[in-house]
Design a binder for this molecule. Structure first.
Ligand SMILES: Cc1cc2nc3c(=O)[nH]c(=O)nc-3n(C[C@H](O)[C@H](O)[C@H](O)COP(=O)(O)OP(=O)(O)OC[C@H]3O[C@@H](n4cnc5c(N)ncnc54)[C@H](O)[C@@H]3O)c2cc1C
Length: 423
């Protein structure tokens, strides 16, 4: 399919659009760097231009953009790019432009989709799977109409469906209590871990540096930060610093971020359909969001034989990302089976094939947090993905790169001032 980006990325040089084969092979060396098995990269005499801390989706796209703009960038992560406990380390993440008529996120998701497609194409890798995204709603609202109008104005393919149309198309879903569907045929699933790790390999192959390195909470008595220190005592110098540490941000910046980001425990379930039952895999099943459900269940078709994925967008209990227990609860499993019995009855008694426990990094109002540190002028903080941030990685990376290089304007909704400490 053809994606028409609303805003072609002028910051990316044509050469960077296609990675030559030798660079991809160079990616094998990068894989060694990602695993921390290569010698630590050295800074030039004047240190790094920028150190990016955190190789989740936000840090990876930011480092990638800065490197493309000629910066000497070191990307570090305590455990590795998109590792299993990071918020970016899951199997799949939904990309959709259905955003309750929020113009910024709708535009960012649409622009980002083009960048995800480009990454997938450069690596000939199934990083994005166009399974479509279906929202179902209990009734017509003006917000739905506004959202559809906004998306159509951007040229985003979208279909509005009645309950009868949905029931004909997806007879394996019980649409009881629902009236309206919004289908986005060009949206779908981003392969989360794979996409971030591919991007970081590309960043390294193109001359960026990656290092497995855990940073202590930064300290400085002056108006800027000159260096960060690793937990092992080694110091790294740079002109600018970006902290894209997801759910760990409150630990690194207890005074500045603190309760502005609250990680919550989120359980994810994969169910095995019956052998030979293709109704729960693409093209027969899209990714979906049940907007009529108070807990906002959502899910994905069976992708790469992992199973039919289902999770709750409703926030779980507060959670420490270093917490020891990442097993799903019996109650969570029972609740999700009860939901399946209502909406996807053929799956309600099927075996649980796999599960994950991840954490959202919630801001109080769901907006991303992207701002300069209030005391250190060369230090930036990015996070607050709040269960919807992954898709925006490319747009956020470009936005933050522009801020750091002085070529962009801050987004008021993303500022520290706009984010309250959770009550
Ligand atoms: C279950 C679940 C489902 C989701 N579904 C969707 C979805 O469908 N669509 C969507 O768009 N979004 C979704 N999200 C949200 C999205 O995945 C997150 O918002 C996004 O991945 C956050 O990325 P990040 O880079 O901010 O954080 P992370 O991915 O957590 O990365 C932060 C990194 O910082 C590193 N770090 C932390 N402290 C230090 C330190 N001191 N030194 C060095 N490194 C450090 C960590 O090791 C980590 O790798 C979902 C999230 C979850 C948990």
């Amino acid at each position: 399919m053809t994606i028409v980006p609303e805003d072609p990325d002028t910051s990316v040089t044509p050469a960077s659009r296609s990675v030559p084969r030798r660079h991809i092979l160079g990616g094998l060396a990068a894989a060694g760097a990602l695993a921390g098995t290569m010698p630590a990269p050295a800074a030039s005499k004047r240190g790094w231009d920028v150190i990016v801390v955190g190789a989740g989706v936000f840090g990876a796209w930011t480092a990638w953009n800065l490197q493309r703009r000629g910066q000497k960038v070191l990307l570090v992560d305590a455990w590795g790019a998109a590792h299993a406990r990071s918020s970016s380390g899951g199997e799949t993440r939904l990309i959709r432009t259905e955003y309750a008529a929020n113009a910024l996120y709708t535009r960012w998701a649409w622009q980002s989709l083009a960048e995800w497609h480009a990454l997938a194409q450069r690596h000939d890798s199934p990083i994005f799977q166009e399974v479509g995204a279906l929202y179902f709603y209990p009734r017509e609202t003006t917000k739905i109409e506004e959202s559809i109008a906004l998306q159509r104005s951007l040229g985003i393919p979208i279909e509005k469906l009645t309950k009868a149309q949905m029931a004909r198309r997806w007879p394996q879903i019980d649409f009881d209590g629902l009236e309206v569907g919004v289908m986005q045929p060009t949206m779908g699933a981003l392969m989360a871990r794979r996409s971030v790790q591919t991007l970081v390999e590309e960043f390294v192959a193109a001359g960026g540096s990656f290092r497995a390195f855990a940073i202590d909470a930064p300290r400085s008595e002056s108006a800027s930060l000159t260096a960060v220190t690793g937990t092992g005592g080694e110091t790294l110098h740079a002109r600018q610093f970006i902290f894209a540490c997801g759910p760990w941000l409150p630990k690194l910046f207890p005074d500045v971020v603190g309760g502005r980001i609250v990680p919550t425990r989120q359980e994810v379930f994969y169910f095995a359909p019956e052998a030979g039952d293709g109704r729960f895999a693409a093209p027969h099943m899209p990714a979906w969001v049940d907007a009529g459900d108070p807990d906002l269940h959502y899910g994905f078709p069976d992708i790469e034989f992992r199973g039919f994925k289902i999770a709750l967008d409703g926030h779980g209990p507060k959670y420490d990302p270093d917490g020891a227990d990442r097993r799903i609860t019996d109650q969570g499993l029972a609740d999700v089976r009860a939901y399946l019995a209502r909406r996807f009855p053929a799956l309600a008694k099927r075996p649980l094939a796999a599960s994950e426990v991840c954490q959202y990094e919630n801001s109080d109002n769901g907006h991303l947090l992207v701002d300069r540190h209030p005391r250190w002028s060369n230090c930036w903080i990015a996070g607050g993905g709040s269960g919807h941030g992954f898709k925006h990685g490319p747009a956020l990376g470009r936005h933050l790169c522009d801020l750091v290089l002085g070529t962009g304007k801050p987004e008021p909704d993303f500022s520290l001032a706009a984010h309250k400490v959770h009550g």
